[in-house]
Structures are given as structure tokens and as C-alpha cells.
Design a protein around this ligand. Structure first.
Ligand code: GRG
Length: 277
């Protein structure tokens, strides 16, 4: 099966589970606002990474694995809604469409983000009720998305001085963007009963996450002067991206399983901006 076909196959079951996971009977505007961002055309990278990590070990992802994958997408979606708010990045457009608060207003957007975060942990609790191993997944997701992870990285970004250096930017990126990617890989290993490989997956996530952030910055036509690309310069940033992508694939070789699909994800998602180098 080609990479694209396999990715689309995972997406179709994922999208069906995501569509079903928002409860019925919610206040109408809140429900619409949650669905607008959750079902609004993201790449679903983190849930696909989670499910592909389970599959590396020859396991077919179960319904509980899909609940965890959807939980990750709910957390990611909440973070994007809140990141776009006027009090944060104040962005009007995401994925080519008006941001959540532009469509539904700031109060509803805050509540939709809050509700998606709570929904994520409800989905995880459902998986835990079936199988205690998912407690490890829940706890990994909670830590990686919280004050020691994504929220902490976002806080550091707002505390940042004007004269930024590469070391501090790498730290912020490793928390703000990297930790949810780490949750996907490490959570997948726990769900596959391979907790023994966790440290290997953390190393893979560090390379993949740093490369993903660099790629995102390079694709952003509007380069933020406090981004790593601005500090390194475009050419060095592209070289670093190539190095990190290669490192990701080499680290995947150290996993005892079939890592062809995660390797294809790495090259498809991380090398979008290095053509012509
Ligand atoms: C508000 C707690 C809180 C955290 C926000 C996610 C985040 C932290 C900030 C987003 C800023 C940003 C654009 C970071 C670059 C990496 C990133 C997370 C890109 C968006 O992820 P994609 O490309 O998005 O996977 P899609 O649209 O595909 O879902």
C-alpha cells in the first residue's frame, strides 16, 4: 500500500471517531465552535503518529487506541484555538479560514478550547476503564500538554526577552511544539505494551519535533523575527532541518519493528521545504 493510501485509510477511521466524539446535547454555539476547529481540516499528524507507533510493533490499533488518538487531536485543537486568541498570538486566519474567535467570539472560543481539553481526558478515561495500561498514556498526555510541556513552552514564549538566542528558542520549541509530538510517540509505545522503548521514542520525538517546528517556521511566509529561522538564517535552518530528518530516520532504525511508515511520515512532512537544496 502506498504511503498516501495508508495515511488516508487511517484518516478516514480517525475522522469518523472524531465526528462521533463530540457529545450531543451541548449548547448549540459551543458545539458548533468545537466542531468548527476539530473537524476543520488539520493534517491529524499527532494522532497518526500515535497510531503508527502502535502499528510499528505489528499490532492493529484498537478502538481504545483510536480514542487516545482522538484525545491527542482534541488537545492539539484546543491549543490552536487558544493560541490564536487576541491575548495570545491574535491571529485572524488558520488553515485558510477565519480563526475560531473571529467566527464565534472570544468567550465561546475560550470555552470551546476548555471543553475540548476536558473531552480529551474523558476519552482517555474511557480507554482506561477498559484497560489499565492506558493510565500510562493518560499520564503521559497530561504531563506533555501541561505546565511542564506545551503550556510551559507557551508561557516561556510570552516571557521571552527581545534578544533571543538559539538555545532558548530550541527549549521553547521543544516544549511548545515538541512535547505533544513526544506524547504521540511515547503514548503509542505504551499502548503497544512496549514501555521498554520509551527512551528511544523520546529521542525520536526530540528530532522529529525540532524538525517539524523548523519546517513550520520556514513555510511561514511572515517570518517572526524571534523564530529560530530568523536567528539561524534560512540556509542554515534548511541544513539543520535536513540533518534532523536524517537523524529521525536513523533513530527509527534503532526500534525493533517495522518503521517504514513513520519514516515516510518524517520525509513527507519534514522535507516539504528543502527541495532544491
Ligand atoms: C495555547 C497552551 C497553548 C499552547 C499553544 C500549539 C501551540 C501552543 C502554538 C501554535 C503555534 C504554532 C503554529 C506552532 C508551530 C507548530 C505547530 C503546532 C503547528 C500547527 O500544527 P499542525 O501543522 O496543524 O499539525 P494542523 O493545522 O495540521 O492541525
Amino acid at each position: 500500500m502506498s504511503f498516501q493510501t495508508e495515511y488516508k485509510k487511517i484518516l478516514s477511521r480517525l475522522d469518523a471517531t472524531l465526528t462521533d466524539c463530540v457529545p450531543i446535547g451541548l449548547p448549540e454555539r459551543l458545539s458548533e465552535s468545537m466542531r468548527y476547529s476539530l473537524l476543520g481540516g488539520g493534517k491529524r499528524l499527532r494522532p497518526v503518529l500515535f497510531l503508527s507507533t502502535v502499528s510499528v510493533y505489528g499490532k492493529t490499533p484498537s478502538d481504545n487506541d483510536y480514542l487516545c488518538a482522538c484525545a491527542l487531536e482534541c488537545i492539539h485543537t484546543y491549543s490552536l484555538i487558544h493560541d490564536d486568541l487576541p491575548s495570545m498570538d491574535n491571529d485572524d486566519v488558520r488553515r485558510g479560514n477565519p480563526t475560531n474567535h473571529i467566527v464565534y467570539g472570544e468567550a465561546t472560543a475560550v470555552l470551546a478550547g476548555d471543553a475540548l481539553l476536558n473531552l480529551a481526558f474523558e476519552l482517555l478515561a474511557r480507554a482506561c476503564a477498559c484497560d489499565a495500561k492506558y493510565v500510562g498514556v493518560l499520564s503521559e498526555f497530561a504531563r506533555d500538554s501541561g505546565a511542564l510541556g506545551m503550556v510551559g513552552g507557551q508561557a516561556m514564549e510570552f516571557e521571552q526577552e527581545t534578544d533571543v538566542d538559539a538555545v532558548r528558542l530550541n527549549k521553547i520549541n521543544s516544549l511548545k511544539t515538541g512535547k505533544l509530538i513526544e506524547a504521540a510517540f511515547v503514548g503509542g509505545a505504551i499502548a503497544a505494551d512496549r514501555a521498554c522503548d520509551i527512551e528511544k521514542w523520546r529521542a525520536i520525538a526530540r528530532s522529529f519535533g525540532a524538525a517539524f517546528q523548523l519546517c513550520d517556521d520556514l513555510l511561514d511566509s511572515d517570518t517572526d523575527e524571534r523564530s529560530l529561522v530568523a536567528v539561524l538564517g534560512t540556509d542554515r535552518a534548511k541544513e539543520e532541518l535536513l540533518r534532523l530528518e536524517k537523524e529521525t530516520e536513523e533513530l527509527l532504525d534503532g526500534i525493533d519493528g517495522d518503521t517504514e511508515f513513520p519514516k515516510s511520515i518524517a520525509s513527507a512532512f519534514l522535507l516539504r521545504v528543502t527541495d532544491g537544496l
